[in-house]
Design a protein around this ligand. Structure first.
Ligand SMILES: Nc1ncnc2c1ncn2[C@@H]1O[C@H](COP(=O)(O)OP(=O)(O)OP(=O)(O)O)[C@@H](O)[C@H]1O
Length: 265
């Protein structure tokens, strides 16, 4: 039995409760609920305009739901600003890569550790001993993450000079540097070739298994979702259409109908 299956009987790590989002007259999300359990890889799918990005933006606190709640370990995250979700263990990557293009790989990953540091400007500038010890530990942590994602060879290279696939790995490294409990991945396979998607799938699974990170994956690449997710939530027109194992969702008549009626397939 997998860790995710064992966690099913426990309280959810993240609970989405009746979340609705209305933009002007458009109902982008309509009463969506689901649970994410510790150790799960949850795939969030749906045709264009289904509401995936809107939900992702609610989870990362860029959007405020019009109704409903999102609970992390039983506590609402809706009062927390986006720049403070890393502190409660929520990390994210961006669809189009949002790195500091002129900084090196190491420095970009170091930025990700920001929520782990507890030094302030005064102690930083005085270089107090505990800050120095903290810095050394932090540097080791950054180097460990860079190695974990196989980025040693490019550690000192400026990010703007790297291929897109490598930049996406740097973004993953930066998100992991904050030691998230949950990692939100926004179309990680976008722009990658077949081989890169395969490698990415293995990497996501390793991150879950070896680093104990629960993963939410918003993704159009059905092959990737169906091969690595243990739970899939399908949206259409802002509503939850189906949820369950990949096999169950893939064979759900409503899901098949929604995709046949869209341009995604
Ligand atoms: N900022 C916004 N203002 C107005 N309407 C929006 C906004 N963001 C999304 N919508 C609308 O909300 C609905 C859901 O969009 P959303 O982008 O969440 O879907 P999606 O499933 O991510 O689609 P895609 O796969 O094409 O990215 C759509 O009708 C979209 O036009």
């Amino acid at each position: 039995m997998t860790q995710a299956q064992l966690a099913q009987g426990q309280d959810p790590l993240l609970a989405v409760r009746d979340v609705s989002v209305v933009f002007g007259g458009i109902v982008a999300l309509n009463g969506v609920s689901f649970d994410m359990h510790q150790g799960q890889i949850l795939g969030l799918i749906g045709p264009n305009g289904a509401g995936k990005t809107t939900l992702f933006n609610c989870l990362s606190r860029l959007y405020q739901p019009s109704a409903g709640d999102i609970l992390m370990e039983g506590r609402s995250i809706l009062t927390r600003p986006p720049h403070r979700i890393a502190e409660i263990g929520i990390g994210r990557t961006f669809q189009n890569v949002a790195l500091f293009a002129n900084l090196s790989v190491l420095d970009n990953v170091r930025v990700g550790t920001h929520s782990r540091t507890n030094s302030d400007i005064i102690s930083d500038s005085l270089k107090l001993p505990w800050v120095r010890r903290g810095e050394a530990a932090l540097n080791k942590h950054v180097h460990d993450i860079v190695s974990y994602l196989d980025l040693d060879d490019v550690a000192h290279v400026t990010v703007s000079g790297l291929p897109f696939g490598t930049q996406k790995r740097v973004e993953l490294a930066r998100a992991l540097a904050a030691d998230p409990k949950i990692l939100l991945l926004d179309e990680p396979a976008g722009g990658l070739n077949h081989e890169e998607v395969h490698v990415l799938g293995d990497l996501i699974r390793r991150i879950r298994d070896e680093r104990n990170v629960t993963i939410l994956l918003v993704e159009h690449h059905m092959g990737l979702v169906m091969s690595i997710a243990d739970h899939v939530v399908a949206l259409n027109f802002g509503r939850k259409l189906a949820e369950g194992t990949p096999a169950k969702v893939q064979s759900d008549p409503d899901v098949i109908k929604a995709y046949l009626g869209s341009k995604d397939q």
